[in-house]
Design a protein around this ligand. Structure first.
Ligand code: S3P
Length: 459
């Protein structure tokens, strides 16, 4: 078996060793058009499903970020032939459902929670042992939410007090379960569906609120028969996947930083092209529209597995809102930048039912409350949310202070505060930003291209 103390097989890049920070000067407007890199969730899934499919899978628009490269390296370590990435294209030579081979060492998934949790599902039914590790953030994140239901399928998995390293003991015969998710989590749902491919019988997952359905869509694209009835999704074990072409749309979660930037500071409009607009991802648009945002979504025609659109945003004065809880899971990764919109709005914004934000790459509720307080914005940390007192006046002229922000090594906190510079009266220094490369390697260049006065420095 792979030893937990042994060398990691596949760490693609050691970003934590090279700390970096941003300096962002106040800028008053953004404008123009841009295209954000490929979707992270879909890129991870295309590699995993391509790996266990029969035949070749060509992935276009692949996100070559550290998180997705960690998944790619892990699959190579499990014996899968993968070409690229080259110019956004990756070619996966599928090994079939039972073709994965034991890795020579622990699989290092870096900062990527999605990679670790989905790999747990994929590896639970293999005949060999695997060990999963990650960076200091991932080593603190809860894994029992996946391990527990996998154990009830017959898997043999150890965690260390609920956290990685995750040791998966091979050779377990999996049996199907009918599982009700205690928290709305696409990662847990997806892990169970992947394990379900290796289980005897039909595995069902019932979700308390809709979460991103990329796994279901892609499984169907690869020829898996899957039934969706209301909030329950069911698949029979033993089905073979057939490789093919995957087109990865732009990542809505990366577009989100520019959508909010446009709401705050694009009097002449800002366009983000080719954005994945799967309705299980676009809760932020509804939240901003409730606040009075001026957003126009122009869907692309065609029948791709994942819907795409161009998004046009124009600055408007925003008002505070109470966010309806059913929208929370549909905007789960967008709250850091949504809180910047809330801070710029007129009046109070209240978010509740968002306790999951405390167990992301950082405690995002605490990190945002701390950073907003530094900027002079009043906010109250709730057990499962945040109450933000927006600075926007009737003329929309309120401004934040500047200062030094700790991103806590969380890519989305770092990028959210870069957007806050559009309403700051003095420069911001944002520390510990190297992990932006986990999801959005071109953020600085793209931000600068539309008007953010953003610079990145070592240290
Ligand atoms: C993801 C699901 C979400 C999200 C994460 C990506 C996925 O996590 O926050 O960034 O790709 O399935 P949860 O399942 O923990 O909500």
């Amino acid at each position: 078996m792979s030893g937990s103390g042994g060398p990691a097989a596949n760490r693609p890049a050691a970003n934590a060793a090279t700390p970096r920070h941003y300096v962002v000067a106040p800028a008053s407007r953004v404008q123009g058009a841009l295209q954000v890199p490929g979707d992270k969730s879909i890129s991870h899934r295309s590699l995993m499903l391509g790996a266990i499919a029969e035949g070749v899978t060509r992935i276009d628009g692949f996100l070559a970020s550290e998180d997705c490269l960690a998944t790619l390296a892990a699959l190579r370590a499990l014996g899968v032939g993968i070409d690229g990435p080259a110019d956004g294209t990756v070619v996966v030579h599928g090994v079939g459902l039972n073709g994965l081979r034991p890795a020579a060492a622990a699989l290092d998934l870096g900062n990527a929670g999605t990679a670790m949790r989905l790999m747990m599902g994929l590896l639970a039914g293999q005949p060999f042992d695997s060990t999963l590790v990650g960076d200091s953030s991932l080593m603190r994140r809860p894994m029992e939410r996946v391990a527990q239901p996998l154990r009830s399928m017959g898997a043999r998995i150890d965690t260390q007090a609920g956290r990685p390293p995750v040791m998966i003991h091979g050779g377990a015969a999996l049996r199907a379960i009918d599982y009700t998710l205690p928290v709305a989590s696409a990662q847990v749902k997806s892990a169970l569906l992947l394990a379900g491919l290796y289980a005897q019988g039909a595995t069902s997952v019932l979700e308390p609120a809709p979460t991103r359905d990329h796994t279901e869509r892609m499984l169907q694209q690869f020829g898996v028969r899957l039934e969706r009835r209301g909030a329950r999704v069911t698949l029979a074990g033993g089905q073979r996947l057939t490789g093919g072409a995957v087109q990865v749309p732009g990542d809505f979660s990366s577009a989100a930083f520019f959508i909010v930037a446009g709401c705050l500071a694009a009097p002449q409009g800002l366009t983000i092209r080719n954005v994945g607009c799967n309705p299980t991802r676009t809760g932020l648009l509804q939240m901003l529209e409730l606040m009075g945002a001026d957003i126009r979504v122009q869907p692309h025609t065609g029948h791709a597995a994942e819907p795409m659109a161009d998004i046009h945003v124009r600055a408007s004065s925003l008002r505070g809102v109470r966010v309806p809880e059913p929208l929370v899971a549909l905007a789960i990764d967008e709250f850091p930048v949504f809180f910047i919109a809330a801070a710029a709005a007129d009046g109070q914004t209240v978010v509740t039912g968002a306790g999951e934000l405390r167990v992301k790459e950082s405690d995002r509720l605490a990190a945002m409350a701390q950073g907003l307080t530094t900027l002079g914005v009043h906010c109250e940390l709730l057990p499962d949310g945040l109450c933000v007192q927006g600075v926007g006046g009737a003329a929309g002229g309120g401004l934040f202070g500047g200062g030094r922000i700790d991103s806590h090594g969380d890519h989305r906190i770092a990028m959210a505060f870069a957007v806050a510079s559009l309403r700051a009266r003095s420069p911001l220094q944002i520390d510990d930003v190297a992990n932006v490369a986990t999801s959005f390697p071109d953020f600085v260049a793209l931000g600068r291209s539309v008007g953010l006065a953003l610079q990145e420095h070592p240290g």
